[in-house]
Write a protein that binds this ligand. Structure first.
Ligand code: P6P
Length: 338
């Protein structure tokens, strides 16, 4: 008799992955389930943000010099909490914290992973009910297991990521994560309080018709970027278009849409910000890893983002990510300046 298999939950999926690797210790599966738990707790608050006094600035200013909203602080604490009390993580770095955090207890020091995250990206959109997200990145530590993790654990190139993912708190709440085996998306089913496999084996379409960037900065972009934007605007049905410009101003929402539908997202350098705005470690590297596993590409304009060796936790990088064919057309324009 056929067993009626319900849709796999995140927990069932990670355990199934574990069965495929008998030598695996289960630490990564446990870590991903911990992240899923924190995401569910954050989701509850995001969904009622307008109803309780959790909106508004917490009064503090984070390392980015931005007003910290209470939901940022809540989300940061939720992800730190599950990771610190889990069995898989030796320490974390967060967009909300100046420096990395060493958990420094016996179990944590014997853990083999470190995690970096932006707990609530796009938080300036909280008050206007636009989709926001959490972005995370998992590395195997390079420091000695059994001792506290060190800064070198957090300054690894993105191509050393073991896993990366994001949660999008939108019309539905989704958790998407990648390992080298593939990218899989899970949608939260509120009726059972579980993330359920809704988007197995996500692939980024090789091309698309959506281009995303802040047009308000147009005259601050390099000439070759302006030329690519104008080429996008001139596309018609004979040249793979017409293209649509879509930009929400919330990275997780913009990149997620283009990953699923095909498209290109750009946050180039500007005359005001020579390295752009987005952070390498916990915004660009995770999405670059996901995009490449899904068949897309991600560069800083000259090289793969995943090849950059970080020097500081909060460094920024110009960022271009999306469908392979669109990225290669962009690269043709960017090469004109090199
Ligand atoms: P701009 C949100 O503040 C964020 O960090 C990303 O989520 C988003 O893609 C970007 O900034 C938007 O920046 O300068 O276009 O408003």
């Amino acid at each position: 008799m056929a067993i009626n298999r319900n849709v796999l939950t995140l927990d069932e999926f990670t355990i199934q992955e574990l069965r495929n690797f008998p030598r695996a210790t289960g630490e990564l599966s446990t870590l991903l389930r911990d992240i899923g738990l924190a995401a569910k707790r954050v989701n509850v608050e995001v969904n009622k943000a307008g109803l309780v006094d959790i909106l508004g600035d917490a009064g503090a200013v984070n390392v980015q010099g931005e007003d910290v909203k209470k939901l940022d602080v809540f989300a940061n604490n939720q992800f730190i909490g599950v990771l610190q009390h889990g069995i898989s993580c030796a320490g974390i770095a967060s967009e909300e914290l100046d420096d990395f955090v060493v958990f420094d207890d016996e179990v944590s020091n014997n853990s083999k992973y470190v995690v970096m995250f932006d707990p609530l990206d796009g938080s300036s959109n909280i008050d206007i009910n636009v989709s926001i997200g959490t972005i995370f990145s998992v590395y195997r530590r390079v420091s000695e297991v059994g001792k506290p993790c060190t800064q070198e654990d957090f300054l690894q190139a993105g191509n050393r990521q073991v896993a990366a993912g994001y949660i999008i708190y939108g019309s539905s709440t989704m958790l998407v994560y990648a390992t080298r085996r593939g990218v899989n998306g899970f949608t939260l089913d509120p009726s059972i309080g579980e993330f359920c496999l809704s988007h197995p084996d996500i692939k980024c379409p090789p091309s698309g018709k959506i281009y995303s960037l802040n047009h308000g900065n147009f005259y601050q972009y390099a000439p070759e970027v302006q030329q690519y934007i104008q080429a996008c605007q001139k596309k018609d049905k004979n040249t793979g278009g017409p293209y649509t410009q879509r930009y929400i101003g919330s990275m997780v929402a913009d990149v997620h849409r283009n990953l699923i539908k095909g498209g290109i997202f750009m946050y180039p350098a500007t005359t005001d910000s020579k390295n752009g705005k987005l952070r390498l470690l916990y915004e660009c590297n995770p999405f670059a890893f996901i995009a490449e596993v899904a068949g897309g590409k991600a560069t800083d304009g000259t090289r793969r983002v995943l090849e950059i060796t970080p020097t500081t936790l909060h460094q920024r990088t110009p960022f271009f990510i999306g469908s392979k064919d669109m990225m290669e057309e962009l690269e043709g324009y960017l090469k004109q300046s090199q």
